[in-house]
Design a protein around this ligand. Structure first.
Ligand code: SAH
Length: 484
């Protein structure tokens, strides 16, 4: 009922993204994945090693052991050593002074979030002008539907007077802006909120401040921290680098959209002597290259934990496995907070409900590139292992429950996106209507839009089944909408 009521509200639009967004050929990360292969296992054949030297000496199996693999050089990888970027110099410096290769996870973390040179740190990487596009940028309806979910959860929580509304990795702040704008009529909800943006990039923090129409209140009181308020719904907003910095002691509603896929993954490869971690090294001609770890690495513990959660048949068929310790640890932090303080979390991302094999990809200007090519100039992201999120959360406490994953299409459909698009269509121009239909398709459709009459290369491709939604909630609230 509440869902229906919310959807009938204001048929006003944020902006119809007429120019380049919904009707553009610019691609989401999951679509880019799909365009290269149908399964993550087959995504990066170029990254596969064959350890000929020791192949016959040891039985294959899932045991963890040492391997000195043949080295691997990427065929298309090229950049002049003389034109090394600051990040490349930094990475080579770490490898040189450490006296050996670094894990793929450390490489990924430096590339994305190095405080000086990281991909996300100093620029806006989203949209047509950027490197990739995300659902909130595709259509205002995405943030609105997440807002419906948050309000329903707040109802189930018994309408608490004070709630942390936390977003992890908010990008441009578009999702939160659409959520607050659409929720602004529901005063008792918005008055309960304190918005917390967990964002590592100072540039994106500024953009979020701008897009949330934030106002910094004058600091006229002694010893009291200056407040920042979003004019979209009159809610206070704070920024943090880590979830742990968000004040505890009150319930939280946590949203993570395309955040988990940016967390660094360790890659393991099955070699003759067992699972070995794939590492990044620098060759004699000063190029980055992959090597296998000559000895067991600390991340092996996480590999063992991940394998314990899987059926032996699931592991046996895989030649490579990705594990994301940061995702497991973050999930524990989320589950712990929800278990103590109440509330829930919504995770939407592309991924699998099982072990991920080899999905790490680099995307620059809406195109795939080699992972090792000019690091810092491209986004790196990996499939999210939703099964690992479930297990990590369930291990924390008996007081939480995990729901889903369900497809984005099911999630948005059950929340009533069809009613919302109809309401918006009643009050728009023909051009806006085209844009709305295209955006709608991209959010909930599967494959190419059947109604498309524009240029073939711009056909909207649905993200509805490639993206999955999962919720972690405190059991006292019951099963969250729409996972019942
Ligand atoms: N949710 C947004 C943006 C997704 S991109 C959207 O859907 O459009 C990932 C976001 O997470 C960016 O804002 C990036 O700066 C942020 N981010 C990545 N790693 C992070 C980390 N370790 N800590 C905090 N923020 C991070």
């Amino acid at each position: 009922m509440l869902t229906r009521h919310l959807l009938k509200q204001a048929s006003t639009c944020r902006h119809f993204l007429l120019n380049s967004k919904t009707s553009s050929p610019f691609l989401t990360k999951s679509i880019l994945f799909s365009s290269s292969s149908s399964s993550p296992e087959s995504q990066s054949p170029a990254n596969t090693f064959v350890d000929d030297k020791v192949k016959d000496q040891y039985p294959t199996g899932t045991s963890i052991s040492i391997d000195r693999s043949a080295l691997y050089n990427l065929p298309e990888h090229s950049h002049e050593p003389t034109s090394d970027s600051e990040l490349v110099k930094h990475l080579k410096g770490i490898i040189k002074f450490r006296g050996g290769p670094i894990s793929v996870a450390e490489y990924m973390e430096e590339v994305l979030t190095n405080p000086k040179f990281g991909f996300y740190i100093s620029r806006d990487v989203f949209g047509a002008e950027g490197d990739f596009i995300t659902s909130p940028e595709v259509s205002q309806m995405f943030g609105e539907m997440v807002g419906v979910w948050a309000m329903c959860l707040w109802e189930q929580m018994g309408r608490p007077k004070q709630v942390n509304l936390v977003e992890l990795g908010p990008g441009r702040g578009t999702l939160m802006a659409d959520l607050l704008r659409s929720a602004s009529k529901f005063k008792s909800f918005t008055e309960s909120l304190h918005v917390h943006m967990v964002e590592c990039s100072p540039t994106l923090q500024k953009l979020q401040h701008h897009n949330l129409k934030c106002f910094d209140e004058d600091d006229n009181s002694d010893g009291v921290e200056k407040r920042t308020v979003s004019m979209l719904a009159g809610t206070p907003v704070s920024w943090h680098a880590l979830l742990e910095q968000v004040p505890s002691g009150m319930p939280s509603i946590i949203i993570a959209h395309e955040f988990y896929d940016a967390l660094p993954v360790h890659q393991f490869q099955r070699a003759s002597r067992g699972w070995c971690e794939k590492m990044v090294d620098v060759s004699e001609d000063s190029m980055f290259r992959f090597v296998l770890s000559p000895q067991p690495t600390p991340a092996t513990l996480y590999l063992m934990r991940r394998c314990k959660w899987a059926a032996p048949e699931e592991i046996e068929k895989l030649g490579q496995i990705e594990v994301c310790p940061k995702a497991m640890d973050l999930t524990r932090t989320i589950a712990d907070r929800i278990s103590c303080d109440g509330g829930g979390a919504l995770i939407i991302d592309y991924g699998l409900n099982g072990v991920v094999s080899d999905s790490l990809q680099a995307i620059r200007k809406h195109k795939f590139i080699n992972i090792l090519d000019n690091p810092g100039s491209a986004d790196l992201s990996a499939y999210v292992d939703f099964a690992s999120i479930r297990h990590s959360a369930e291990e924390v406490s008996e007081d939480i429950s995990v729901h889903g994953p369900m497809t984005q299409s099911q999630f948005l459909g059950a929340l009533g996106i069809n009613f919302r698009v109809e309401a918006l269509l009643q009050n728009c121009t023909d051009e806006q209507a085209d844009s709305l239909r295209t955006g709608y398709w991209r959010l909930v459709g599967e494959g190419e839009a059947p109604f498309w009459e524009g240029p073939d290369e711009q056909v909207p491709i649905g993200m509805g089944t490639r993206y999955l939604a999962m919720a972690i909630v405190n059991k006292k609230q019951g099963v969250p909408v729409p996972f019942q």
